[in-house]
Design a protein around this ligand. Sequence first.
Ligand code: ADE
Length: 273
Amino acid sequence: MRLDVVTIFPEYLEPLNVSLVGKARAAGRLDVHVHDLRDWTYDRHNTVDDTPYGGGPGMVMKTGPWGEALDDALAGGYEAGAHSPVLVVPTPSGRPFTQEMAVELSGRPWLVFTPARYEGIDRRVIDEYATRMPVVEVSIGDYVLAGGEAAVLVVTEAVARLLPGVLGNAESHRDDSFAPGAMADLLEGPVYTKPPEWRGRGIPDVLLSGHHGRIARWRRDEAFRRTALNRPDLIERCEASGFDKKDREILSILGWSPEPGGRFWRRPEAVEE
Ligand code: ADE
């Protein structure tokens, strides 16, 4: 997979050389190109922003440098044999970034990121490239960062670990919170490793039992506990038809009841631990 990032802070993308993403690069699974937007400015101050039309606070990133930078980055990629780029625009006004989106993006051969500072990029830039390639505007959460670079790191890490051969153990994704499949829509429960006792704290007996069926059931119960506590919205969204008898038992213990519509709701007396 090829990645291009155009930014006014190339050094902010240094973490792409570290850890899993760094290894994916070293292994040739990821071909990363970071471009300094100011290389496409021609005035003494390397200006990339200007005041917004219509007034208001802050500054808007100018069309000129973005247009030339993206044209050159795209031309460079095509020359190197890359194809089918997707423009990924980090913005708090974008679609919420999800595991599903990470899976979708991990199937693409080429992602081009446009992290912005200030109040964002002149809209005409996005509209222009949307005529040439798919554009995804993504938000990594309901908060406002000073710029999109941290979002690029988040999206890249979520995508890179899904690339074939990047994670050591292909099974590792299977139980991810938010992974499609058996544990879909439940958060992962707690995990333990050696030593068996630490500061007087042991390991849940069932994990030492060697009984795979009981261990799987315990993990699922813990997943329900954690999800009920931290993300009750995920349980409210679940189709109850996907729950077995034991699921219903643990949900009942946690204060959830089935409703006729086929979902579960939390009994009011059970809210707050
Ligand atoms: N830029 C600023 N805030 C952001 C957010 N929450 N997600 C993506 N890009 C951003």
